[in-house]
Structures are given as structure tokens and as C-alpha cells.
Design a protein around this ligand. Structure first.
Ligand code: ADP
Length: 480
């Protein structure tokens, strides 16, 4: 069957590129989802130029026009969530219900920021000088490069693009190479939404060429990136060269603390959800389970049973709880970490091996490692797979100290019935998001999202905090 090549979207037109690459279904590698042409560096520069040209008009566009477009994009995403969610499940490998949920949630991001369009308030101040008044207002930045990962093909792009547009910026999106079909479907919605040509652009291709071109271009005013620490550091260094504003969401090694006084059912539900749902491919996944000695053995026993009961399967198969790993490279990386865990002296209590199913996909059984210490590499480096480790600790103080002993600090959680421990944890956990009796994964969209240490760099994303990144402040002094 002839596969039609899909293009990048530049200045209001679908634009052919050079060589092509295919998107493959990780649940069934015989299923080729689409073929995409790689944008050249010149194409990327054209996209930035188009965004720059569109900016003066869009930055001054009427608020109702902007709101109407954001609302319409949100409504289309919500209305087509099943269709687009099916494509995400096919392309990324998350179970269908999660794919549908991701699209519906992405629609809500647009509707939220549609409402924010009308809430752009400034401040008024009296001056220290008689007869002078001061206004503090916000203005859009200009051209934003948005570089996104594969694990939430539409949601991450949506929570960056919606505020960028709401505040009057123009956008060039560079989606991850593993999920170009989902990105193209999303781009098609934006292309038909009534945005003037050049306000939204999308370029397909590898990070080190296409992403790099968007990072190096001095006409880009800000870069919002979600991905690995190594790429994030590289982008930050390159951005400084051009004095470009950056916002980076990177790795994590999130801890879930389980205390002796925990409700064990809550602990198991939160640990299984946080560690394995989404195949552990979430930046908010619980990869370290820090368990107090008194509940440790029961927790491990129940975790093994719960982990073994998870249904691993084709993302579109009803009943599948855990889909495949996203590709062969990530699967090999995961299996390498299982081998490393054993070499480091951990016990793989269950899972951690490849699974052969009817279709040829990148399936792996979720793994629980026990007898681990926080010094082991499996507990220090981000794996991004369905692998979680139990670290046994003597008491709450040790639990908190082990939890904080990490290069990362995105989310952390505690399962306890003690108000005192929960309160102390909230204040002293060194992470951007803290969860009490909830999984480390799963956040709302109207409140800030981001982390500390090597997990994040720059202003927070989402909710009203998004304006810190997508606008610049102007202080105006007025004398009559
Ligand atoms: P992951 O390991 O999750 O794929 P990456 O950091 O490699 O994380 O990728 C996240 C996004 O960053 C992808 O869209 C990728 O293409 C892009 N990317 C990778 N390398 C670069 C780079 N040198 N410059 C800009 N973007 C890049």
C-alpha cells in the first residue's frame, strides 16, 4: 500500500521537506502509521521568519478573536478525543483510555487558556515622585520555539501552545520524532482554527537537526522544552548565546514514601499507579518506593501480587492496563537497567523481562526491584520505564532524607495517616509538586507544574503561572 508523505506546516501551508521517516506502532511493529518528511534547516528558519512576520498583528489581535480560536481548538480536541486518542494509543503505545483522556485534557488546556485571554490584568502603583503614576503591564514575547517529547504527544504541546497563543505569541512546534502522526493531527486542528498564517508552525525531524535549528536561531525569543536532562542542558547553553529565555522540564527520580501507619490499600494503589501506568514513561512516575521497616515485608508481598496482576498488552486491546515500551531502543535501555540492578546487588522480585504476545511489539513485564539502596545507579538515574525499586528505611526521618537525596526534584509523595508526618513532609520535601496519599503522577492543569534541582529550569508551566514565561513585564511611568 502506498503511504502518503505528510509535511511540516509553515506560514499557513503544508510544506514538503527532504528525506522521510516512518512512524511505527510499538504494539505491532508491522503497523506503519505514517511517513513524514524532514524539514531542512532552511525550512526551520522560514518557520521562524513566518512567526516573526505574523507577530506584530497577532500580538495586537482582539482578545475575543484569540479566545474564540482557543475555545474552538479545545472543543475540537474534546469532540474528537476518541479518534485522536486512538491514534495516540497506536503511535505511542498507551492504553486507549489513557490516549482518549490525554486528548480531552488537552482540549481543557485550550479552554482554560481561552478564559485566561480575558484575565490579562495589570497593576497600578503610586510613584515616589509627586504627580507621577506607574503602570505595570505584560506584553507577549514574540516567537516561541516549543520542543516536545513523545510520552504525551499532544498534552505537552497543548499546555505550551495554548498559553503561548493566549498571551499573543507566535509558535514553532518541533514534536518528537516518535510521534509525528499525533502531532500532525493536532497541527491540522490548529491550521484550520482561524489563526492567521505564520502564528502557528510545525516542523518535523530529528532533534539534533530540526530542534537544533530552532534553538540556534537568534530570532527566537523563548524556548519551552520538555525532554531529557542532556538535551535540556544543551538547549540552556545554546540559549544563553542568543540571550533567549528558556523553560526546561527534564528528568526525575520521584520518590513515594510509605510509612508504617499507611493505609496499605492506598499505598499499593498509589505505588502501582505511579510506578507502572503509562508504562512508567511519565516524568512524574514513582521510580523509588521508600518504605518504613515495619510495613516493608507486607508492602513488598502485596506489590508483587499487584504487579503480576497487571495486564500488559496491545494498546488498543480492551483490558490492557500497561502498553508496550515506546520503541526498541527504550526497551533495551530498560532491560539494561534490570541487568545493572542485579549487578548492583538488587533482587528483581518480579518482572523485568521481555514479553512475547500475538503481535510483535516492545512488551516488557513491569519490574519491582527490592533490597536496593539509594546509592545504586538504578535509584539515581532516570530510567523512564516500568521499573520501580523498594528502598527500606528505619523511620520517617530516614525516609525524608533518602527521598531528598537525589539530583532531581519534580514530584514526591507520602502515604501516611499521620497529620504530623504529612505536614512535615509537605514543608521539607525538595520537589516542585508534593502528594499526600496520592500517586506521584497525576496533576491538575490550573495550577503550576514544575520541579527543582535538575528536573526543571526556568519559570513554572500551567495555570496562571504560565504568564511568567510567555509574557514580559513593562513598567510605565506617567506624568500628566
Ligand atoms: P527523550 O529521551 O525523551 O527522547 P530528548 O531530550 O532526546 O528526550 O528529546 C526531547 C525532544 O527534544 C524531542 O523533540 C527531540 O527531538 C528534541 N531534541 C533532541 N536533541 C535536540 C537538540 N540537540 N536540540 C533541540 N532539540 C532536541
Amino acid at each position: 500500500m502506498q503511504i502518503e508523505t505528510q509535511y511540516s506546516f509553515i506560514d499557513g501551508e503544508w510544506h514538503p521537506g527532504g528525506e522521510t521517516f516512518d512512524s511505527i506502532n510499538p504494539s505491532d511493529t508491522s503497523d506503519v502509521i505514517g511517513r513524514f518528511s524532514v524539514a531542512s534547516v532552511d525550512d526551520c528558519d522560514s518557520a521562524v521568519t513566518a512567526a516573526r512576520s505574523a507577530f506584530p498583528e497577532w500580538s495586537l489581535s482582539g482578545l475575543e478573536q484569540r479566545k474564540a480560536i482557543l475555545d474552538a481548538v479545545g472543543a475540537e480536541l474534546i469532540g474528537r478525543s476518541e479518534e485522536i486518542g486512538t491514534l495516540i494509543a497506536r503511535e505511542e503505545g498507551k492504553p486507549l483510555a489513557e490516549g482518549i483522556g490525554e486528548v480531552a485534557r488537552s482540549g481543557q488546556f485550550f479552554q482554560y487558556f481561552g478564559a485566561e485571554v480575558l484575565r490579562q490584568m495589570g497593576e497600578f502603583a503610586a510613584s515616589v515622585r509627586a504627580g507621577v503614576n506607574i503602570e505595570v503591564s505584560r506584553e507577549p514575547l514574540g516567537v516561541i520555539s516549543i520542543i516536545t517529547p513523545w510520552n504525551f504527544p499532544i498534552a505537552v504541546a497543548a499546555w505550551k501552545i495554548a498559553p503561548a497563543l493566549a498571551f499573543g505569541n507566535c509558535v514553532v512546534l518541533k514534536p518528537a520524532e516518535l510521534v509525528p502522526a499525533s502531532a500532525s493531527m493536532f497541527a491540522d486542528i490548529l491550521a484550520r482554527s482561524g489563526l492567521p498564517d505564520g502564528v502557528f508552525n510545525m516542523v518535523h525531524g530529528p532533534g539534533n537537526v530540526v530542534g537544533q535549528a530552532l534553538v540556534a536561531n537568534p530570532n527566537v525569543d523563548a524556548i519551552s522544552f520538555t525532554g531529557s536532562v542532556a538535551t535540556g542542558r544543551h538547549i540552556a547553553r545554546a540559549a544563553v548565546e542568543n540571550m533567549t529565555r528558556v523553560q526546561l522540564e527534564m528528568g526525575s527520580k520521584n520518590a513515594l514514601i510509605v510509612l508504617n501507619d499507611a493505609d496499605i490499600d492506598v499505598a499499593i494503589n498509589c505505588a502501582v499507579n505511579g510506578a507502572y501506568f503509562g508504562t512508567g514513561q511519565k516524568c512524574t512516575a514513582s521510580s523509588r518506593l521508600i518504605v518504613e521497616a515495619g510495613i516493608h515485608d507486607e508492602f513488598v508481598e502485596r506489590m508483587i501480587t499487584a504487579t503480576d496482576a497487571l495486564v500488559v498488552g496491545h494498546a488498543l486491546e480492551p483490558g490492557t492496563q500497561i502498553g508496550p515500551v515506546v520503541d526498541g531502543q527504550q526497551l533495551n535501555k530498560n532491560l539494561g537497567y534490570i541487568q545493572l540492578a542485579k549487578e548492583e546487588g538488587a533482587t528483581v522480585a518480579t518482572g523485568g523481562d521481555k514479553l512475547r504476545l500475538v503481535t510483535n511489539g516492545y512488551y516488557m513485564r513491569p519490574a519491582l526491584c527490592v533490597d536496593t539502596s539509594n546509592a545504586m545507579r538504578i535509584n539515581r538515574e532516570e530510567i523512564f520505564g516500568p521499573i520501580s525499586s523498594v528502598i527500606k528505611v528505619a523511620d520517617f526521618d530516614e525516609a525524608l532524607s533518602v527521598s531528598n537525596d537525589s539530583d532531581f526534584g519534580l514530584t514526591s509523595g507520602i502515604i501516611t495517616t499521620s497529620l504530623s508526618h504529612a505536614t512535615h513532609f509537605k514543608r521539607h520535601t525538595q520537589s516542585g509538586c508534593a502528594m499526600v496519599n496520592l500517586p506521584t503522577a497525576g496533576t491538575d492543569y490550573h495550577v503550576p507544574f514544575g520541579g527543582r534541582k535538575s528536573s526543571s529550569y526556568g519559570p513554572r508551566e500551567q495555570g496562571q503561572y504560565a504568564k511568567e514565561f510567555y509574557t514580559t513585564v513593562k513598567t510605565t511611568y506617567l506624568s500628566a
